[in-house]
Design a binder for this molecule. Sequence first.
Ligand code: X90
Length: 281
Amino acid sequence: MFGIVVDSSCDLRSLAPQDTALAAYSRVPLKLDIGETQYVDDETLDVDAFLEALYAYPGKTGSAAPSPQEWLSAYEKAEEVFAITITSALSGSYSSAMVAAEMFRDTRPDRKIFLFDSKSTGPEMILQVRFLADGIAAGKTFEQLKEQLQMYSARTHLLFALESMDNLVKNGRVSKIVGKLAGLLGIRIVGQASREGTLEVLHKCRGRLTACEKLLEEMQGKGYSGGRVIISHCQQLEKATYLKEQLQKKWPQCSVEILPTGGLCSYYAERGGLLVGYETP
Ligand code: X90
């Protein structure tokens, strides 16, 4: 059995029904802290209630990466394992997954594991999961998939539009100077996951639709031409839908999937945030 293991920064809660028999999909949860209360970012987390509690709380909040033990238990569920993590530039999730991979290789020499740093998060990770699921369905081997995933990831990208960067700044994931930009009323930040897996600001936008227009412009500028798109949104379905419509106007055949952000991406992208994962040829 193949295993696809991600951390909960990947917003996909489960595989498509036709793929569940082909691969065991596990999502290793990060933890979210609002004061003394800890929320486990798994499929049972009520994200809307979590956001309510978050914005009502004046004190310290934060996140924590999964432990190696949690990664290891997920690896154990399959024989040939692909593990994909949130960018190692912003989280300790990859290091934990790496420690676990070493333990897995020691204790299960008969099995296989490939650990991959997505240098990204959210919907770009979903593209990579879908790529693996499609490859498994097509009968590819572990070795083929390992090589092809690395090639594929050069063609996947992540853009985002954020209305606030408070939680990113407070937790030291972006510099205060960068974060200040998003604090101003009505200013939205459009940016991308850089090649190194850091958060890179591209534009400061004012106005309701400008951020969406900028996202579309960026995608085209980077060579988007009708490939697969996945949009995750934090209470921003309207704009996600608008973006989908604009994409389908220009590329009627393109596949655009919309889904809500999980706990981790909701915490950092915040209310109104949009994350866009897309493929280029
Ligand atoms: O280990 C931990 O506690 C988790 C830390 C995660 C920090 C960053 C999460 C970003 C989530 C925000 C916009 C997209 C930024 C993409 C940069 C690669 C989403």
